[in-house]
Design a binder for this molecule. Sequence first.
Ligand code: SF4
Length: 160
Amino acid sequence: MKITGTLINYFFHCKRQCYLFYNRINLEDNSEDVKIGKALHENKFKDEVKFENIALDKITDEFVVEFKKSDSDEVAASWQLLFYLKTLKDVGIIRRGRLEFSENKNNPRKTLEVELTPKKEDRLDEIYQQITELIRLSSPPSPKKTSKCQKCAYFSYCFI
Ligand code: SF4
């Protein structure tokens, strides 16, 4: 099983979303929010770098930069970026991470820096294990309605 940045992000955003995405119950193409996010990515991603199972929005001498439309789930976005940092570190490329959020009303240039520490590397190993166990379940976790569901591509699948 190949862990991807999207799976890591969804694992933090919603366990059910992570399961559904991995098991190819993919409704994302119909989501307006996902379409906007993709358009934003396509415009910004002149510098995208693909490497093994990761796609980096941008890499500089100092940072791996990940562009996000919204800062509504900084935790999920941070762990996705930490996963990229660890994948690079495993092949000898050391960088810090920077998230750039484009649609924060109060601060349209909001950024957040993340750093891979030994503790976070250990936590990533645990996360890989937990994702592996999650996606092998015979059925997805039950849906739980939270504020995160509002813009989720799976909303109608879960609740309508
Ligand atoms: S709609 Fe809510 S419960 Fe369903 S997958 Fe999305 S975030 Fe999870």
